[in-house]
Design a protein around this ligand. Structure first.
Ligand code: ACO
Ligand code: ZN
Length: 170
């Protein structure tokens, strides 16, 4: 079971670990309070069953305060023409407002990407993000993602998405 403790220079400490079924209610609550894209319980359970190493939570003081849920898919590469590759798809990421700007999302992303590569053979990573979501877009750019294209009307309220992607490091 993957688990790592992180302490910042200012003393703030958190744990990144694999999601467990006991976390389900809390993760659903974080999803509903942080994002307009919400899913039924089985959607979370299915991702946990299929890609347990790529569904992580962040705990602060013993409470889950953030999560990342991913899956790995076979599809055409965003970087190599006409090449089928395994792509790590970041489905949902959220950190509670009380503990933002402390690197939690960065660490959730870094470990989820590492695991998608090491356990599930991902050669690249991708995600969709609202074009208005400046904090998330900045985070992904900082992690080396680039905007591949705009998906018109991707969200239920009509907003466009950026499709962002990044090759996995060798
Ligand atoms: N404004 C500008 N840049 C920001 C902001 C912000 N509010 N938040 C993060 N960033 C950028 C900064 O460059 C930051 O580095 P810095 O703090 O050294 O300047 C960098 O991202 C890393 O930030 P973290 O501390 O790692 O990110 P955090 O733990 O605060 O979580 C997140 C970021 C997940 C976007 C959080 O704000 C959140 O949960 N938002 C609501 C839900 C959401 O938008 N999720 C992503 C949707 S897309 C998807 O799920 C695929
Ligand atoms: Zn997606």
């Amino acid at each position: 079971m993957f688990k790592v403790d992180i302490t910042r220079p200012d003393g703030f400490t958190y744990t990144i670990r694999e999601f467990r079924l006991e976390d389900l209610e809390r993760v659903i609550w974080i999803n509903r309070t942080c994002l307009p894209e919400n899913y039924p319980a089985y959607f979370f359970i299915e991702h946990h069953r299929s890609f347990p190493k790529a569904f992580l939570v962040a705990e602060v003081g013993g409470e889950v305060m953030g999560y990342i849920m991913c899956r790995v898919e076979l599809g055409f590469s965003f970087f190599k023409k006409a090449t089928l590759v395994r792509k790590g798809h970041v489905i949902s990421l959220a950190v509670r407002p009380e503990v933002r700007r402390r690197g939690i999302a960065t660490h959730l992303m870094m470990y989820a990407m590492k695991h998608m590569k090491e356990y599930y053979g991902a050669k690249e990573y991708y995600l969709e993000v609202r074009v208005s979501n400046t904090p998330a877009i900045s985070l992904y750019k900082k992690l080396g993602f680039q905007i591949i294209n705009v998906i018109k009307g991707y969200y239920h309220d009509g907003e466009d998405a950026y499709l962002m992607a990044k090759p996995a490091e060798e």
